[in-house]
Ligand binder design. Structure first.
Ligand code: HEC
Length: 113
């Protein structure tokens, strides 16, 4: 019984992450990051247009996301850096909003699927 419940909880978590990816994470990255981290250009070897590519990561910071650990994930770290720092992302346009960062963190916490 306990096992079933845990399996159920994990499955619910995975589908929450999958829904977030499709509904919010991917559109946000596509709008703000993929022009420099995608098929056209991959700055620092990093592409953010698929989960596989995100997990493969970039040249300096390694895997951009550590599933379950938003605060240790480079993808979050670079987005909360003070504007003007070399690695602060995205380097042009406005910083991501508090809501966008919270949503990205939620996706990572839910397993980043
Ligand atoms: C205008 C182009 C541009 C956009 C848009 C952009 N980046 Fe970057 N990104 C760069 C450049 C250039 C670097 C290398 C930074 C440096 O060393 O100065 C970089 C580096 C990074 C790295 C470190 C990669 C490594 O070496 O491991 C991460 C993580 C990252 N970006 C995430 C993001 C995220 C998340 C977004 C969207 C919110 C984003 N970037 C949007 C140009 C961009």
């Amino acid at each position: 019984m306990k096992r079933t419940l845990i399996a159920l909880a994990l499955a619910t978590c995975a589908s929450a992450a999958e829904d977030l990816w499709t509904a919010k994470v991917q559109p946000l990255l596509a709008a703000r990051c993929v022009e420099c981290h995608g098929p056209q250009k991959a700055k620092h070897g990093l592409r953010l247009d698929s989960i596989d590519a995100i997990m493969k990561g970039g040249k300096d910071l390694g895997p951009a996301v550590i599933a379950g650990k938003p605060d240790e994930s480079p993808l979050i770290k670079v987005c909360v850096m003070p504007r003007g720092e070399e690695m602060a992302m995205p380097p042009k346009g406005a910083a991501l909003t508090t809501e966008e960062i919270a949503m990205l963190k939620e996706w990572i916490k839910a397993g980043a699927k």
